[in-house]
Design a protein around this ligand. Structure first.
Ligand SMILES: *[C@@H]1O[C@H](CO)[C@@H](O)[C@H](O)[C@H]1NC(C)=O
Ligand SMILES: *[C@@H]1O[C@H](CO)[C@@H](O)[C@H](O)[C@H]1NC(C)=O
Ligand SMILES: *[C@@H]1O[C@H](CO)[C@@H](O)[C@H](O)[C@H]1NC(C)=O
Ligand SMILES: *[C@@H]1O[C@H](CO)[C@@H](O)[C@H](O)[C@H]1NC(C)=O
Ligand SMILES: *[C@@H]1O[C@H](CO)[C@@H](O)[C@H](O)[C@H]1NC(C)=O
Length: 678
């Protein structure tokens, strides 16, 4: 018995039981798990059954319509009451290219030939001329992938709608399903070339229509329907209706497939066996368009560019890393206070000119901020050649780094980088003494800043001198080794925030054991501060530091440079001349304008002369100088100041000076005579 005849029998039975008014007796049920042998379908238009078993309503050509109806009419209305029905189907919309169209619909219609059906947005259901005409008798659930241009009041380009005699949906929702666990709405792209299952259920007595969709991959039916709407289908339905599918393409096109279909009246449709779904033909890869080729070319150009930029970046990075890399020699590890070059490089912003505090014979001084501590430091960069010298130098510097005295600039650390030696000191906010005395940093490499500083008062000057003297006593006597600074001068005296003095720049310092003979070294120092015996013996001693300090004493008290840069006048000789004339205090800095203690000024000038004596053994020690300055020792009446015949010396070419036994003719002068000269 064929299906059609069985339905005919059913109809007959229904007619027979009409009196009982039991529509359920008209129950009809069928299921297609694939359409391989679907003899009971009537197809029209572009619809066909593919060899694999899929029902194809349209291919992706333009302006097609395709219909597939269950061939036999289905009794839907009994005694003006709509029979409940239930259907489930799996569809697949495959789009080639970017946008497809227009969608498909489950349809229940009074005729297999739909009145005035049109393609494009009408989905092959109806046409422009009969939208909303009550004589249409068309009910559809549309699965629409295109939003018609405002014509049909559609929610969006991916929606599910319920159509009653019209394509202006009675109710419409964006395609989605609600999850069972948390009721979340999950969007379902209808044209995604994935099998999607849809369920349409109508309760004839409650007049409730439910529509549910879900990706077939979900395997189950979501409990909550996407659409649940009270709809009276009785004006739409006739006693015999045809159920099936309709699809259309327009200027936009997709292939529309139905893969499986289950239908039942007066009960729940049988579940579809998802494991038996036919495959849809794979959409052929679209030929690359010109714009795609341009895109590919542009992309590969961009990729090449990115790679080139990355390579250049990497090269720069490697070069910079190599530049910042530490090339440690073994001995360097033995010395503490070593700082990584990278840290100093970053602290000075790469030794930027804007961070330069000063430059001189011994390299440049930069201001820097150490990342680790946040401390502002002064970084002196000394370029040298010769690894051996550097090694000794570092050894000395490193041991000097352990010295701590309130009147010595603290060496925070050091670093050797190639031929450069970097010394890191505390940053002294008030700059150098020289800047305060003479208004500019001059050629000295002062570790500090020097905007036009205020004139130093006498009290400040005396305090500075006492500080420097105290620092030198520590260097000469207070440290485990004798340290000869070798470059005591105003530009190496730095001033802290409270104008306290710190002796800095140990770049020339020499160390030797207490009681040992100092080694002969290259004659270094600053003209005007350099002890005369140095050029002969080549030995830097504590006495030569005292000579330098003598110059500093005279300089600070008189406000004049050791050798006047314009007149060439020698300060020692100039002060001595005042002393000889019995008017030592007249040598005081005129800018002090009388604001000083005469006795203190005389003491400082007298000490300055005493320290500037040519015979080293005649000079007082730094300890004695300190005691005089602090008033712990009285100026002795019979203290003898010995001067060389300074007139015979060419201070302008001190390096070529050959100091002879002219010291024998040194003039002698007693402190007494100084006093008498007042
Ligand atoms: C698409 O379907 C139409 C109508 O059935 C047919 O004429 C056409 O050849 C098909 N095109 C392709 C590419 O299969
Ligand atoms: C509705 O369709 C019928 C049949 O095609 C037609 O006779 C009638 O004029 C239409 N009514 C309207 C309002 O368009
Ligand atoms: C479109 O929808 C709005 C709101 O849902 C409704 O007010 C309007 O009448 C509808 N238009 C048509 C042509 O159905
Ligand atoms: C429609 O959905 C509602 C809500 O989930 C449910 O209560 C009702 O039983 C459903 N009706 C049919 C015919 O599936
Ligand atoms: C939907 O259909 C019902 C009848 O079933 C009708 O009362 C209602 O106005 C319709 N709504 C729209 C928006 O067409």
């Amino acid at each position: 018995m064929s299906l059609e005849s069985s339905i005919a029998l059913l109809r007959h039975l229904t007619v027979l039981t009409l009196v009982a008014l039991v529509p359920s007796s008209a129950a009809l049920s069928f299921i297609y798990n694939g359409f391989q042998h679907a003899a009971d379908l009537s197809l029209d238009g572009s619809a066909s059954i593919l060899r694999g078993g899929a029902l194809q309503l349209t291919n992706d050509s333009n302006n097609l319509m395709g219909h597939a109806f269950f061939a036999a009419p289905v009794p839907m209305l009994v005694n003006k009451a709509v029979i409940s029905f239930s259907t489930a189907f799996v569809f697949d919309i495959v789009t080639v290219g970017r946008s497809g169209g227009h969608g498909l619909a489950f349809v229940v219609a009074a005729s297999k030939v739909l009145p005035g059906a049109s393609d494009e947005q009408y989905l092959g259901l109806l046409g422009k001329g009969n939208l909303g005409n009550s004589s249409n008798h068309v009910f559809a659930v549309e699965l629409d992938t295109v939003q018609a241009n405002g014509l049909l009041n559609e929610t969006n380009a991916n929606h599910v709608g319920v159509d009653l005699n019209s394509l202006v949906s009675n109710v419409s929702e964006p395609a989605a399903y609600f999850t069972d666990d948390d009721g979340r709405s999950v969007s379902v792209p209808l044209g995604s070339a994935q099998p999607i299952q849809a369920w349409v259920d109508y309760d004839g007595s409650a007049k409730v229509l439910n529509v549910t969709i879900a990706p077939a991959s979900l395997q189950t039916r979501p409990r909550r329907p996407l659409i649940s709407q009270v709809i009276d289908l009785s004006p739409i339905f006739k006693e015999d209706m045809y159920v099936g599918f309709s699809a259309a393409t327009g200027k936009l096109a997709s292939s529309h497939y139905v893969l499986a279909w289950s239908f039942r009246t007066d009960g729940v449709a049988q579940a579809i066996d998802l494991s038996r779904l036919p495959k849809v033909p794979k959409a052929p890869a679209p030929p690359p368009s010109t714009s795609t080729i341009i895109k590919i070319v542009a992309l590969s150009c961009a990729a090449t560019l990115v790679m080139v930029v990355a390579a250049i970046g990497a090269a720069f990075w490697l070069r910079r890393r190599a530049a910042l890399a530490e090339t440690l020699e073994e001995w360097e590890l033995d010395h503490p206070h070593r700082l990584p070059y990278k840290e100093l490089y970053k602290a000075t912003k790469g030794f930027k000119n804007s961070e330069l505090l000063g430059a001189g014979g011994f390299g440049q001084v930069y201001r820097g901020v150490l990342r680790r501590s946040g401390n502002t430091v002064a970084i002196r960069r000394i370029s040298s050649n010769g690894s051996q010298g550097m090694r000794e130098f570092v050894a000395e510097v490193a041991s000097l780094g352990r010295m701590r005295h309130r009147n010595l600039v603290e060496l925070r650390g050091w670093c050797k980088h190639g031929q450069d030696l970097l010394l890191v000191y505390d940053f002294m906010p008030n700059g150098s003494l020289e800047a305060h005395l003479f208004g500019s940093a001059g050629a000295g490499a002062g570790v500090g800043v020097s905007p036009s500083p205020a004139l130093l008062t006498w009290e400040q000057r005396l305090r500075i001198l006492r500080g420097v003297a105290s620092g030198l006593v520590y260097l000469h006597e207070g440290w485990e080794q004798v340290v000869v600074h070798r470059d005591v001068k105003a530009s190496n005296v730095l001033l802290g925030a409270d104008m306290s003095a710190r002796l800095g720049d140990f770049g020339l310092a020499r160390l030797y054991e207490h009681g040992a003979e100092p080694a002969t070294t290259r004659v270094v120092g600053t003209l005007g501060y350099m002890a005369p015996e140095l050029t002969v013996t080549g030995k830097a001693t504590t006495a030569s530091d005292v000579f330098g300090f003598g110059g500093l004493l005279l300089e600070v008290a008189s406000g004049r440079r050791p050798i006047d840069p314009i007149t060439g006048v020698n300060l020692v000789r100039w002060v001595r001349d005042h002393g000889v004339k019995g008017d030592l205090v007249r040598a005081v800095d005129e800018r002090l304008d009388g604001w000083y203690d005469k006795e203190e000024v005389r003491l400082v000038l007298w000490l300055g002369l005493a320290c500037s004596q040519w015979r080293p053994e005649a000079r007082p020690s730094m300890r004695q100088v300190c005691q005089y300055l602090n008033g712990e020792e009285e100026m002795q009446e019979d203290a003898v100041l010995v001067f060389s015949d300074v007139d015979s010396i060419d201070f302008g070419s001190l390096t070529s000076l050959t100091w002879s036994s002219s010291c024998q003719s040194c003039a002698t002068m007693s402190a007494g005579s100084l006093r008498r000269g007042r």
